[in-house]
Structure formats: structure tokens, C-alpha cells
Write a protein that binds this ligand. Structure first.
Ligand SMILES: NC(=O)c1ccc[n+]([C@@H]2O[C@H](COP(=O)([O-])OP(=O)(O)OC[C@H]3O[C@@H](n4cnc5c(N)ncnc54)[C@H](OP(=O)(O)O)[C@@H]3O)[C@@H](O)[C@H]2O)c1
Length: 289
């Protein structure tokens, strides 16, 4: 199996490359500078040169708040870029693996979202990611589109790293407690993508780490683990606040837990719990620092 990975400078891509190496699959990975998914000629050139069996698209416009004032660029990458990739993957018979998000949902549901629940994004980022899913589905039924949530990994900026940084320098931290989701470690997600490829899955599939929490509980757990592991000298107190006290340009879903039953049925794998993923991510962080 030969893979081509786009957006290789990103957080998920870095862990995916590590996992692919462990599988001993061949791969070619390209950063945005090397392969811009908004440029059809560049996509075609790389695909013809490398002739991969699988293209994993880790490239995306992921700045959720910035997207509110930058719709053109978010759309160019998340919608049009995804569409270009699907076009060439269909043309050259390459399996496409694409990532999408829990932010395609409005968060008004009280139970975990299944793949058949109706998307209704609340912000520009979510809209462009949903449009990217549609652009792919219009061209092929063979692609794997994995919706995931609240990613954290050592290779990128994320909530956990931010909380640990703030906990070093502030006497206390305030975090919103009225948005509920499932934190997901990028290594667990990378392994899930490999499992899905191995069973020849296709269509939209939800994957996140098991269990759910608020951002407040997520921060509390991260600080507790980092303190236990000795990388945070003090256990900085975390205080809860409502989202109304922390306005952001993009409106986020209040509840965006994904139901991952389809993933388990397809692969026979149960996603690891979010607290297990978090503990391993922090262990990796402390080893790298
Ligand atoms: N992070 C989350 O919490 C989260 C949650 C749910 C779903 N997801 C989805 O999961 C996937 C991976 O996310 P991530 O957190 O790993 O993202 P990330 O760290 O932001 O990585 C995305 C990468 O794509 C690159 N990129 C941007 N525009 C590009 C273009 N036109 N052509 C090629 N590369 C381009 C970026 O380069 P530059 O940095 O140089 O722009 C960056 O290296 C994305 O599809 C995202 O929407 C993420």
C-alpha cells in the first residue's frame, strides 16, 4: 500500500506519518508549500508522479474563529480543495481519506450524533467543512470521510498545550463548562484511519475517543495528569464559566459528541477513552520537552 499525505506539517499528519511508518506502509508526505490542495495542477502532477493507492487529506483551514472573517480562504481549502482531491482520486482510481468535524452539527441534540443525523453548522468553518464533505460525495461513494472532534496531539497547537502553558504562569484558569464534546488524541485517530483502510471502509464515519466532557473538565484532567506526571509543579485551580462570559467570533455547538458505533461495527475496534488518550499525549509531551 502506497499513501500520499497532504497537509503533512499539521498535527494529525505528524502522528499519522509515525503510525504509517510503524505499519511499514510506503508513503509520500507533502506540506502546504509542496502541495497546495487549492491548485489542481499541483495535485494532478503529484498524483501522476507518485501513483499512490490512497490519498489521506490532512490539509485543512482549521482556524475556527479566523474563518468568520475569512470565508473565501476557508472555502477555498475546505470545500474547493476537497473537491479537487475527490475529482483526481476518482479520475486516477485512488482511495481518498478525508477528515471532517463535529462542528458540522448545531449542538442542539441531546444524544451523540450518528452519521445519519442532519448537519447544520453554526459557523463558517463548519459550513466549509460540510461543503467539503458534499463536494467529495458528489463525485465518489468510495471515499472515507471521518468526522472527528476536539483533537490534541504533540505536533500542533491545541487546547491541552494552551492549558498547560497557562497553568504554568497564571494562579488560576477559567474555562467554559457548557460545551460538551469528546477530546480525541491524534495518535488514536491515526490508528483509526489505518483500521478503516484495512477493512476497506467507505462513506461518512464518526471517530472520536470514548466518553465525553466539557472544556472545563478537559482542562482540569489535563492539569491533574500533568501535575501527577511531574511536568507541572503546581496543580493550578481551574474555575468554570459559561460560554456567555467568553464570547468568540465563531459560535460553537453546545453538544457535539459523536456516536462511533459504525466505526466499531466496521473495524471491530472500540475507541480508547479520552482520558487514556490525554494521559498518553501528556506523557509524549513531557518526553519531547
Ligand atoms: N483540530 C481539531 O480540533 C479538529 C477537530 C475536528 C476535525 N478536525 C479536522 O481534522 C483534520 C486535521 O486537523 P489538524 O488539527 O491536524 O489541522 P492542522 O494542524 O491545522 O493542520 C492542517 C494542515 O493543513 C495545511 N494546509 C492549509 N491549507 C492548505 C492547502 N491549501 N494545501 C495544503 N495544505 C494546507 C496547514 O498548513 P499551514 O499551517 O501552513 O496553513 C496545516 O499544516 C482537518 O481536516 C480538520 O478540519 C480537526
Amino acid at each position: 500500500m502506497k499513501l500520499l499525505i497532504t497537509g503533512s506539517g499539521g498535527m494529525l499528519a505528524q502522528d499519522l506519518i509515525q503510525q504509517i511508518q510503524e505499519e511499514q506502509w510506503r508513503y509520500h508526505a507533502f506540506t502546504k508549500r509542496e502541495l497546495d490542495i487549492t491548485e489542481p495542477e499541483s495535485i494532478a502532477k503529484h498524483l501522476l508522479q507518485i501513483k499512490p493507492d490512497v490519498l489521506v487529506n490532512c490539509a485543512a483551514y482549521t482556524q475556527v474563529d479566523q474563518a468568520e472573517n475569512d470565508e473565501i480562504n476557508a472555502k477555498r481549502v475546505n470545500q474547493e480543495g476537497a473537491g479537487h482531491l475527490a475529482h483526481f482520486c476518482r479520475e486516477y482510481q485512488i482511495k481518498l481519506v478525508h477528515l471532517s468535524t463535529d462542528f458540522v452539527f448545531d449542538g442542539k441534540q441531546a444524544e451523540p450524533y450518528t452519521e445519519s443525523n442532519r448537519p447544520n453548522p453554526t459557523g463558517i468553518y463548519g459550513h466549509t467543512k460540510r461543503a467539503g464533505e458534499e463536494a467529495i460525495l458528489q463525485q465518489t461513494t468510495d471515499a472515507i470521510i471521518v468526522r472527528t472532534s476536539w483533537l490534541h496531539g504533540v505536533g500542533g497547537k491545541n487546547f491541552v498545550k494552551t492549558m498547560l502553558r497557562l497553568a504554568q504562569k497564571q494562579p488560576e484558569i477559567k474555562v467554559v463548562d457548557d460545551q460538551i464534546g469528546s477530546p480525541t488524541w491524534t495518535v488514536d485517530l491515526a490508528q483509526a484511519l489505518i483500521h478503516l483502510l484495512k477493512v476497506g471502509a467507505s462513506g461518512i464515519i464518526h471517530f472520536s475517543n470514548r466518553g465525553q466532557c466539557s472544556w472545563y473538565e478537559f482542562a482540569q484532567k489535563a492539569i491533574q495528569i500533568a501535575h501527577q506526571q511531574g511536568i507541572l509543579p503546581q496543580k493550578t485551580p481551574v474555575l468554570s464559566m459559561p460560554s456567555s462570559e467568553y464570547p468568540t467570533p465563531a459560535k460553537r455547538p453546545a453538544f457535539s459528541v459523536l456516536n462511533c458505533k459504525k466505526y466499531t461495527e466496521l473495524t471491530g475496534q472500540t475507541p480508547p477513552h479520552w482520558q487514556a488518550g490525554l494521559a498518553q499525549m501528556i506523557t509524549q509531551l513531557s518526553r519531547d520537552s
